[in-house]
Design a protein around this ligand. Structure first.
Ligand SMILES: *Cc1c(COP(=O)(O)O)cnc(C)c1O
Length: 360
C-alpha cells in the first residue's frame, strides 16, 4: 500500500488532480483574483506550527489581499490589473514584445500552485483553456530581430509533454530564433513534473535554458534539488528568479542561505525582483531601499556567482531596470571615487584620452 501511495505521490498528474483548489474565489464577487490552488507537494512543505511559514504566506490566501485594489496607483496612470502594460505590448494574442530581440510567449493560464503575489492574476485559471499560439509563431517567424523566445504563462510545464514539444519544435524550425527559454516554477512546487521523459524531449532542441523561481531556502528540498541537477545534467542552464517578499525573504540571512544553496546546486541566481504592483499584493511589497541595502550586504558576504541582479520591472511597460547600491561617490574628469560595501573609499584614475584633456 505504501509503495502504491508513493507511486501516486510521485506522479505529477496525480498531484495536479489532487491540488487544493478554491475556484469559487476567496471573496465572492471579485472576479478570479483570489483563487487558490496548491499542489499537495507544496502544501506538504507548510509548517503548521509556524505562523510565519514562508510557504504558507506564498500559497494560502490572507485578508491582506483585500486591502489593495489599486486606486492609489491610478494617478500614475498605472492599471493595477496589468501594471506592466503587457496587453499594450502585445501585437498578437499570447505574445508580449517589449524588447527588440526577445519576446515572451504565454502558452497557458494554468499553474501548479497560484502564488499569492502573482503579477499575472488577470489571466490565471485552473481551467486548461486551449491556447492558440499560431499567431504568435507566425509573428516570430516574420520578425527576424527576434533571437530569443521565452515560453511562459502560467506555467508552461502544466502542458502535456506532447503539447510543449509541438511548440518548441515549431520554434526551433525558425532559423533566426537562437535561444529558447522556459520559465517554470515546477522544480519548486511540482518537482515530479521534471521526468526523465520531459528532460529527454527538451534536450533535443538545444540551446534550451530554464529559469525557475525559488524564493526561500525551505523550498530547496531533496526532491527539488534533485530535479535541478537533472535539468542541469541535461545541458540546460538553470537560472533562478526570486521576488523580494516582505515577511518571506526580505532578510539578509535568508537571502544569503537561498542564493548560496542555489549556487551549490549549480542554479544561477539571475534576478531578484522588486515586487510588482498588483491587485491584492501590496502587503508583500518592501521599500526599494531595503532591496538595495540587502544587495549591498550580500556583495560583502558572498560570491558574485550567487548574487542576482536586483531589478524593478517598471510599471507601464518600461521593462526591467537594474537598481544598484550607489558605489560611485564622486566623479570628475580624471578620477572616480568608489566606496566598497565596508564603507572604505578608493580612487580609480580615469584614462586621459588626448592632449586636450591632459591640458584640461
Ligand atoms: C523579462 C522579459 C523578457 C526577458 O528579459 P531578460 O532580461 O532577457 O531576461 C522578455 N520579454 C518580456 C516581456 C519580459 O517581461
Amino acid at each position: 500500500m505504501k509503495v502504491l501511495e508513493n507511486i501516486k505521490w510521485n506522479d505529477w498528474h496525480w498531484q495536479s488532480s489532487n491540488s487544493y483548489i478554491d475556484g469559487n474565489s476567496y471573496v465572492h464577487g471579485i472576479d478570479n483574483y483570489f483563487k487558490m490552488k496548491i499542489s499537495p507537494y507544496y502544501y506538504n512543505l507548510i509548517d503548521s506550527n509556524d505562523v510565519n511559514c514562508p510557504i504558507k504566506k506564498q500559497a494560502i490566501p490572507s485578508d491582506h489581499e483585500l486591502k489593495c485594489m489599486g486606486n492609489e496607483y491610478k494617478k500614475y496612470g498605472i492599471d493595477i490589473h496589468d501594471s506592466l502594460a503587457e496587453e499594450n505590448l502585445s501585437p498578437v494574442a499570447n505574445l508580449v514584445h517589449r524588447y527588440p530581440d526577445r519576446v515572451l510567449m504565454i502558452v497557458t493560464n494554468n499553474c501548479f500552485t497560484f502564488c499569492r503575489f502573482c503579477t499575472r492574476k488577470r489571466i490565471m485559471s485552473e481551467q486548461d483553456t486551449n491556447f492558440n499560439v499560431n499567431n504568435a509563431l507566425d509573428y516570430i517567424s516574420a520578425n527576424k530581430n527576434i533571437r530569443d523566445v521565452l515560453i511562459s504563462g502560467g506555467d508552461p510545464l502544466t502542458l502535456e509533454d506532447e503539447q510543449l514539444e509541438e511548440i518548441i519544435c515549431k520554434l526551433r524550425k525558425i532559423q533566426h530564433v537562437k535561444i529558447i527559454r522556459i520559465g517554470t516554477r515546477a522544480p519548486v512546487v511540482m518537482p515530479m513534473r521534471i521526468t526523465n521523459k520531459l528532460v529527454n524531449i527538451l534536450k533535443k532542441y538545444h540551446p534550451i535554458w530554464i529559469n525557475t523561481h525559488f524564493n526561500h531556502p525551505k523550498e530547496i528540498t531533496e526532491e527539488s534539488a534533485k530535479v535541478c541537477r537533472k535539468i542541469i545534467d541535461a545541458g540546460i542552464p538553470l537560472g533562478n528568479q526570486s521576488v523580494l517578499l516582505r515577511g518571506v525573504n526580505d532578510n539578509i540571512d535568508i537571502l544569503k542561505e537561498l542564493f548560496l544553496k542555489l549556487a551549490e546546486n549549480r542554479v544561477r541566481p539571475y534576478y531578484l525582483y522588486q515586487c510588482d504592483l498588483g491587485s491584492g499584493i501590496d502587503h508583500f511589497r518592501t521599500k526599494v531601499k531595503s532591496g538595495i541595502d540587502l544587495i549591498r550586504g550580500l556583495r560583502q558576504h558572498i560570491s558574485g556567482l550567487a548574487i542576482p541582479t536586483y531589478v524593478i520591472d517598471a510599471p507601464n511597460g518600461g521593462g526591467k531596470i537594474a537598481v544598484n547600491p550607489d558605489y560611485i561617490i564622486d566623479k570628475t574628469r580624471e578620477k572616480i571615487v568608489l566606496q566598497n560595501s565596508k564603507g572604505n573609499l578608493y580612487v580609480y584614475p580615469e584614462i586621459i584620452e588626448n592632449e586636450k584633456e591632459k591640458s584640461g
